[in-house]
Ligand binder design. Structure first.
Ligand SMILES: Cc1cc2nc3c(=O)[nH]c(=O)nc-3n(C[C@H](O)[C@H](O)[C@H](O)COP(=O)(O)OP(=O)(O)OC[C@H]3O[C@@H](n4cnc5c(N)ncnc54)[C@H](O)[C@@H]3O)c2cc1C
Length: 460
């Protein structure tokens, strides 16, 4: 760890409104821990920022003492890019304010807000914008990698709804990026991750949603997977963009609507949300149960906020996780067969194959419109290897890698950077495709020395 004199630390503390948290402090462990328990790193300094003005001194201090800078929204990045050994972590957990302007349908959000904080603040006004499906995820990291969820087919990626950001550059300058101000930077932060500066404020467009939506789960046995998946992909070709039906293959968790003898069996789940009028939604989903002989279903009209927390219990922090992901422009027969084969050999009860259908509004934006370029994507597949014991590391990681390699020939449309592990540095250029060249140009302009490199790194 870097040794910096107490005097220098005290002078730094006087320059900021927030709190410096050092390894001996009580809340050090709480702040350094991230969602994925595979990551266990010890920064030299954590600066829990209180205001946007705290960021420039953090960058200057880190640069002066040669400390690696990391930025933490809510610590959900799977590769643990929010924390490094010996570095300086800029922590936004104390900056979560959200201001909603109901006249213009806009929200201004600080970078420590979680999706749960955001949804709660905007749903008070019956508003929402597309964000992810786990309420403890940080809105900052999710947005700057692209961001998708149950509203994406209807309203686009999270970045499609981003109107502006306030950002502190590595030189300590505070600037705004939008279509009108610093448009090259605005192009880059919409998908290019934390490569260009430290964002202190996000402004989003909002839409009327809910507050009640039709949503639920239908569970089928793995033995019927092929017929269910065939019907699923046919159905999605003509489904309304108000409706998102996603597929999860795993062992049955002990859900109260499933008979006890089903718990632990391999299953196929179709999970859906209808973003329009629930009565119309009921008509639109009426054929789903006939895709097989369901083992159970849980369908109802519920608060949008409740559905946004529906998967939280399966995605709690503290487990060991390893993810691999592909984008698909279609689900080919071979892909479905491999999904079924690998669900038949899950190495732990928490491992799952997760397929999100995001076709719709995102496909109508040109690939070059912003850094997020996966515009041909119809499905994003994420292989969630998840387990508790270190002794299962090898078998679970091996399962995820083999599944990823087996499905690779059928993948296309780039890759989703927010699901990539730290070891996938060589996939970053593939992920951005033809947008990578412009990302390098913007990186050279705003961070030529690659000060901000704990991310899906764009190499200047
Ligand atoms: C359980 C779970 C569910 C998920 N579900 C979805 C989903 O439904 N849809 C989806 O699109 N994604 C989803 N994701 C992926 C998610 O988008 C990424 O993990 C994202 O990085 C999380 O953001 P964070 O702020 O919590 O992460 P952090 O780990 O805190 O930050 C990630 C990185 O973002 C950058 N960063 C963070 N804050 C800033 C800032 N203020 N300025 C500049 N750079 C910054 C930094 O490089 C940082 O290392 C999920 C992840 C998990 C773990």
């Amino acid at each position: 760890m870097a040794i910096i004199s107490e005097d220098k630390i005290n002078t730094f503390k006087k320059n900021i409104a927030g709190t410096v948290v050092l390894p001996n402090d009580n809340n050090y462990d709480e702040l350094r821990v991230v969602w994925n328990a595979m990551i266990d790193r010890k920064p030299s300094f954590i600066v829990q920022c209180a205001t946007a003005e705290d960021v420039a001194p953090c960058i200057a201090f880190a640069r002066k003492f040669d400390l690696e800078i990391t930025i933490r929204g809510a610590g959900h990045n799977i590769g643990g890019s929010a924390v490094s050994d010996g570095g300086l972590m800029i922590d936004f957990s104390a900056m979560k304010s959200i201001t909603v302007d109901v006249k213009s349908n806009r929200a201004v959000v600080q970078p420590g807000a979680t999706l749960g904080d955001f949804d709660a603040a905007v749903q008070v006004h019956g508003l929402a914008t597309p964000v992810g499906i786990n309420s403890t995820t940080g809105i900052a990291g999710l947005t700057i990698g692209g961001g998708f969820g149950w509203l994406t087919r209807k309203y686009g990626m999270t970045v499609d709804n981003l109107l502006s950001v306030k950002l502190v550059t590595v030189e300590g300058e505070s600037i705004t990026a939008s279509e009108n101000e610093n448009p090259d930077l605005f192009w880059a932060v919409r998908g290019g991750g934390g490569n260009f500066g430290v964002i202190t404020e996000f402004e989003y467009a909002l839409h009327s949603v809910g507050p009640e939506v039709l949503a639920g789960l239908i569970v089928y046995p793995l033995a019927q997977a092929r017929q269910v998946l065939n019907s699923y992909r046919e159905f999605n070709l003509q489904a309304s963009q108000d409706l998102s039906v996603w597929c999860v293959m795993r062992q049955a968790p002990p859900l109260p609507f499933l008979p006890e003898n089903v718990h632990g069996q391999e299953i196929v789940i179709l999970a859906f949300m209808y973003a329009g009028e629930p009565t119309e939604g009921k008509k639109q989903i009426s054929s789903l149960p006939s895709f097989g002989d369901p083992l159970g279903e849980h369908i109802g009209v519920m608060p949008y906020i409740q559905w946004q927390q529906g998967f939280d219990a399966l995605l709690t922090p503290g487990a060991r996780n390893y993810w691999k992901s592909h984008n698909f422009t279609e689900l080919k027969d071979e892909t479905l067969d491999i999904m079924i084969e690998y669900t038949g050999k899950l190495p732990s009860p928490q491992c799952e194959i997760f397929v999100a259908h995001i076709a719709g509004a995102p496909n109508r934006v040109p690939s070059a419109a912003m850094a997020y370029g996966g515009r041909k994507t119809q499905y994003v597949m994420n292989v969630h290897a998840r387990w508790d014991e270190n002794s299962d590391d090898d078998s679970c990681i091996d399962w995820a890698r083999k599944f990823f390699n087996a499905t690779k020939p059928f993948a296309s449309a780039g890759a989703y950077v927010n699901f990539m592990t730290a070891e996938e540095d060589d996939r970053v250029t593939y992920a951005y495709g033809s947008n990578y060249k412009k990302l390098v140009e913007v990186k050279r302009k705003y961070d030529p020395d690659n000060i901000l490199h704990m991310n899906q790194n764009i190499k200047p």
